[in-house]
Design a protein around this ligand. Sequence first.
Ligand SMILES: Nc1nc2c(c(=O)[nH]1)N[C@H]1C(S)=C(S)[C@@H](COP(=O)(O)OP(=O)(O)OC[C@H]3O[C@@H](n4cnc5c(=O)[nH]c(N)nc54)[C@H](O)[C@@H]3O)O[C@H]1N2
Ligand SMILES: Nc1nc2c(c(=O)[nH]1)N[C@H]1C(S)=C(S)[C@@H](COP(=O)(O)OP(=O)(O)OC[C@H]3O[C@@H](n4cnc5c(=O)[nH]c(N)nc54)[C@H](O)[C@@H]3O)O[C@H]1N2
Ligand SMILES: [Mo]
Length: 776
Amino acid sequence: MSIVTTSKEEQDAVEPRVGPVPQGEPEFHPYHHPAAGWGAAKSVTRFLMSERALVDGPRAIMKMNHENTGFDCPGCAWPDDTKGLHLDICENGIKHVTWEMTHKRVGREFFAAHTVTELSEWSDYDLEDQGRLTEPMVYDPESDRYVPISWKEAFELVGRTLRELDDPNRASFYTSGRLGNEATFLYQLMARELGTNNLPDCSNMCHEASGRALQASLGTGKGTVDLKDWETADALFIFGVNAASNAPRMLTALAEAYHRGAQIVHVNPLVEAAATRTIVPHDFTDMALFKTTKTSTLNLQPRIGGDMALIRGMAKAILEQSVTDPKALDQEFVDRHTAGFEEYRALCEATEWEEIERQSGLSRDDVLKAARVYEEADRTIVSWCLGLTQHEHGVDTVREIVNLLLLRGNLGREGAGPSPVRGHSNVQGNRTCGIDHRPSDEFLDRLGEVCGIDPPRAHGLDTVDTIKAMHSGDVTVFVGMGGNFALAAPDTPYTYAALRKCELTVQVSTKLNRSHIVHGRQALILPCLGRTEKDHQRKGVQSTSVEDSMSMVHLSLGMKRPASPNLLSEPAIVAGMARAALPDSETPWAWYIEDYDRIRDTMAKALDGFEDFNRRVRLPLGFRIKQPARELVFLTPSGRAEFSSAALPDVVPAEGTLALGTMRSHDQWNTTIYSDNDRYRGIKNLRTLVFMNRADMRERGIEDMGPVDITSTARDGSHRYLKGYLAVPYDIPRGCAAGYMPEMNVLCALGDYSTQSDQPIMKHVNVTISPASPNP
Ligand SMILES: Nc1nc2c(c(=O)[nH]1)N[C@H]1C(S)=C(S)[C@@H](COP(=O)(O)OP(=O)(O)OC[C@H]3O[C@@H](n4cnc5c(=O)[nH]c(N)nc54)[C@H](O)[C@@H]3O)O[C@H]1N2
Ligand SMILES: Nc1nc2c(c(=O)[nH]1)N[C@H]1C(S)=C(S)[C@@H](COP(=O)(O)OP(=O)(O)OC[C@H]3O[C@@H](n4cnc5c(=O)[nH]c(N)nc54)[C@H](O)[C@@H]3O)O[C@H]1N2
Ligand SMILES: [Mo]
């Protein structure tokens, strides 16, 4: 791998403000109220008012997540309630829907009035706040403005540029996880028919580690549990997720679990709101009576990256216990279904308690407490999100979770198993439907046969490799199906420079964002329908399907009038590009778009688990994709669930340095910022902050809310900086710090990605923090 450095000039070229102009002085008051409940209700009302959607908003929300008659919440990937509870909605889901339904529009007059250079100085908040895009636009270098272009000409520009490439691998096709399954399938088909597997996606920055770990251990890239399992588990371990903000409907599951007496253990360097108590938002009696429910029975605060040591400690304790109490271990399950146990047992024995304590940052007592909960539970689910995956050793850590589950046979039965919390609402479906830069031969064989193409076999580029290749000139065409690549990717200035070197950048989007402003020599903005909107095609109104975190596939049907008559659906945009780029294609692109059932009929033949797709997806709750591991069928080399035996990584920060985790505030959706507040963490009017342990602050002479400079040091020794951030004294272990993405992507070196998953290391950035130096 080549060493990547960022020059000072590249860094200075970055626009610093992402969020809105703060509405007042920065404030920090620790939050002591329950999660959700009235605070959430108040916040929703404020948001609906600001988007002028007080009438449409609530009406749409009543249609959200209905059994196959509404649209799927475009927010997180938490599954819909299986009991037909129609109001399973949350504050942030409402915000994401309302954001899409805004009455504001960003039309040709706007683009005529502002040069791109001028817009590059705008905050990301202001760019998106202009409202929904209304027609295709092309960059005009002479006037430095985006000007209108017809769809036909836009497709022709994409087609021509792709056709002229001397190698299809000079193009890269990014997917953000909102894209529905049908568009996803066509998109990957187009890329592969062109001849490339360059299919980077947001999952490369998100759950790549989970997929690889589960694949290696269990022969499936997904979790094995569903909501019913959540409803019957005796113990829930929740690692590294800020559920109250990022998967709020989990709160309901936690409250229910508490009521039935389940143990709920949260493992997180920060005690997040979901680890305290909640008012279940759709329980009207609870709301009326301010009745709170606890959502935690034990909180453990390991150091950043310390989870694997904690899990190893729990496994060690179980194995020690099993010497005197054979019931602690499910020896029969281990013998029948697993491989590699003896090696793992030896490794646990050899791992010293001191090392476990040092690496986890927890006392042996705390580790034993967690082990006891695990041992006493008959059915255990372990759930996790980015706190575990965005690390160098993310794969090993997720595999360690599986190790722990296997010890007590917590797999293939009700109420037990691994349960990753996915990010975007259809990020899991994207993978299932072919967005994978490392496709298996079986997948390609079948795709080739069903679709009559000869798919390329060489692995393609992921997110990090795409950025490197754009920077070096190897990739010259970038297509973004949704998302905001410029801001979401690590090493902001380097990523900007990479995008600017492209011959053509194409962004399929709903709103104006940074990825339109940071563009290639030629650039297109292609505006698409949102999920809430009616998708009219030749054979009538179409719905698309999505897959949630727990492998349920169901239909999503938009019912709002489109934001503009000149929008196309995502499948139609893919087909338009494909027809222009592949004039001799035998794929019936236009025919597919007339009726998405036709796409689904092809998917049924090409994809595993999609048999009889059109019928099953119309069942009231859709259908669940078969999970072999759930049936104790393991598609691994040994045919068994495989224990992994990885050494504990050294995660203790070097003297004077801190491990910094980048994360979301309550009021944002990835690169979309709703406000400068982070209610559950007690923050108002501030995003440029760093949460620190007070002792670490004192040691460095940093005042409460005092200005600091942050310097990261990459593996290659290069430095990156953020200046003038405010230090917030917080309940976080010593040696750890935390702050917000996407601002902090400036600190993440592109070269610092996991050697196990290729995921950028976004939760363990090596930094020094000092009182701010006065401006020169
Ligand atoms: N409202 C809202 N919902 C969202 C999103 C959003 O931006 N806004 N984003 C969506 C997407 S794409 C995703 S992937 C998910 C992300 O959901 P999360 O994983 O909750 O995302 P982050 O905000 O990055 O929060 C990471 C959590 O991990 C903790 N953490 C950091 N380092 C460690 C560690 O070493 N160990 C442990 N145990 N914990 C650690 C942090 O304290 C924080 O609580 O949410 C999805 N849902
Ligand atoms: N430092 C740091 N960086 C991170 C992370 C982190 O924790 N720390 N998290 C990473 C993770 S988990 C993820 S998933 C990525 C997120 O990366 P992305 O998915 O690329 O980014 P988003 O911010 O979700 O994309 C927002 C944009 O999507 C477009 N959009 C919204 N709805 C639709 C739609 O229906 N169709 C289309 N075509 N476009 C739409 C809008 O134009 C909007 O501006 O960021 C990653 N970056
Ligand atoms: Mo994500």
